[in-house]
Write a protein that binds this ligand. Structure first.
Ligand SMILES: NC(=O)c1ccc[n+]([C@@H]2O[C@H](COP(=O)([O-])OP(=O)(O)OC[C@H]3O[C@@H](n4cnc5c(N)ncnc54)[C@H](O)[C@@H]3O)[C@@H](O)[C@H]2O)c1
Length: 438
């Protein structure tokens, strides 16, 4: 393929050299004439192991060249990859100056180009940037319509500096966000040699992925360091702890606990986080990340309370009261906190949780219910239909298997607020549906 790469920094020069190594014809573009000159002579414009050698081979084989002329690069290629910087402004917002300038330049260059040109955003940009800034800038400068005269897709970069060439060749996956198959096809063709899953998605999801990944990586580093600091104070080998921690691929390093939904609760997570915090306090050790866990969890309960109160309706049905489905354990259940808050706001509650009803009759939790939450106990109903029949808002609090079918029985005048993303066939849902964080 014939590809132009805009921005010959860490991302762009690795892309240019690697794509040329795969046999593509690459034109690199940068406003910095020194970088263009470096590529011209087969020298890497950045320090990255192996990059100079790869560039040298590409230049020698006449598969890579560089220029400062956008018009030349766009005319000579079918696909332009934007790899310019998107730095932070002082207040943390993204500085889109370079991105918008390059869009304007590419737009001007495709104005008179008869063939369909695809622009790929490789730079890291926040969700909405492509639709709100990139496409309008390209349309304004080219005089063409997106999807007719030119295409746009988003293909985030996941490489790490220092191992960039290997990362380019072995990414976790190749992600292409697009609205039209024609805009994804050239990028998918470019990655034919790469042994990684190819994932197609919407432009907004592709934009969000890089931020989600980087925030997660940052959390991992800080979490490991906070655990390490505590381990050192209590004379425990932090590396042995984390090595064993990483052996658990069921709960620790897995997709488990990574589904946006409601707050955690139960008899273990809140208690154990508190105990860790308390021990650290005794040791005069600050652990800001771990200290932020319970307040953040409490905010998630508040989000749900606000959402329910904002409906303006007073007859509220709760499906689920225990901290998760298939248990009667009510200790530190966020649904209990939610129910108490709604009662405090003057709502009329009807609660259905088959496990809690059973526990009220026979279980070990009977005493807990009678002593700790008698005020909620009197709102418990014996059937799901008692809740659905008489309430204006139905809140799904845990994912018990009979809930999805029950939701399909809700009327169009009812509002369903789903805290756990219960699996639903939306073609059968007549009520107004609102998910907590999706
Ligand atoms: N560095 C990384 O490890 C990495 C990894 C993944 C994603 N990213 C993202 O990729 C993007 C690029 O990062 P980088 O580290 O390669 O940036 P960089 O600053 O190293 O390189 C950007 C290049 O763009 C050039 N440029 C600016 N305006 C231009 C224009 N109008 N035309 C042509 N070239 C122009 C600059 O001269 C510079 O050489 C950023 O959005 C970054 O967040 C970076």
């Amino acid at each position: 393929m014939r590809v132009s790469v805009f921005g010959l920094g860490y991302v762009g020069s690795v892309s240019a050299a690697s794509l040329a190594a795969d046999g593509h014809e690459v034109v690199g573009v940068d406003v910095n004439a020194d970088k263009v000159e470096a590529i011209h002579h087969g020298r890497s414009p950045i320090v990255e192991p192996g990059l100079s050698e790869l560039l040298q081979q590409g230049v020698a084989a006449r598969r890579v060249r560089a220029t400062t002329s956008t018009a030349d690069a766009v005319a000579a290629t079918d696909l332009s990859r934007i790899c310019v910087g998107t730095p932070s402004r002082r207040n943390g917002s993204l500085d889109l100056t370079y991105l918008l300038r390059v869009c304007q330049q590419i737009g001007e260059a495709i104005r008179d180009k008869p063939s369909y040109h695809v622009v790929v955003v490789r730079s890291t940009v926040l969700p909405g940037t492509t639709h709100e800034h990139v496409i309008p800038a390209l349309e304004a400068a080219s005089g063409k319509t997106y999807g007719e005269g030119f295409g746009v897709s988003v293909n985030p970069e996941f490489l790490r500096e220092g191992t960039a060439l290997t990362d380019f060749r072995h990414p976790p996956f190749t992600l292409v966000g697009h609205n039209h198959a024609a805009d994804a096809a050239p990028t998918l063709a470019l990655y034919q040699h790469i042994d990684a899953p190819l994932l197609g998605t919407s432009i907004r999801v592709a934009e969000m992925m890089k931020y989600t990944s980087n925030a997660w990586h940052a959390v991992k580093v800080v979490f490991a360091n906070e655990i390490g600091n505590l381990c050192k104070r209590v004379d425990v080998d932090s590396h042995e702890v984390m090595d064993i921690f990483c052996r658990d691929e069921k709960l620790n390093l897995s997709s488990y606990y990574l589904k946006p939904g409601f707050a955690f609760g139960g008899s273990c997570l809140p208690k154990d986080v508190r105990a860790l915090q308390h021990r650290a306090q005794e040791l005069d050790l600050d652990m800001p990340l771990i200290n932020s866990i319970l307040p953040s969890n409490r905010l998630q309960v508040q989000q749900a309370i606000d959402r329910i109160v904002d409906t303006g309706r007073k007859r509220i049905g709760l499906l689920g009261l225990s901290f998760k489905a298939a248990t009667d354990d009510l200790r530190e259940s966020p649904m209990v906190i939610l129910a108490e808050a709604l009662l405090g706001k003057g709502c009329a509650l009807a609660i259905y949780d088959p496990n809690v009803s059973l526990a009220r009759l026979v279980g070990a939790n009977r005493q807990y219910i009678e002593e700790r939450i008698p005020h909620l106990s009197r709102h418990l109903c014996e059937s799901m239909d008692d809740v659905i029949g008489g309430c204006e808002v139905i809140v799904v609090g845990n994912a018990s298997p009979d809930v999805p079918e029950a939701i399909t029985r809700c009327r169009p005048d009812q509002i369903v607020i789903d805290l756990v993303r219960t699996p639903l066939d939306f073609s059968r849902v007549r009520a107004q549906y609102d998910g907590l964080c999706w």
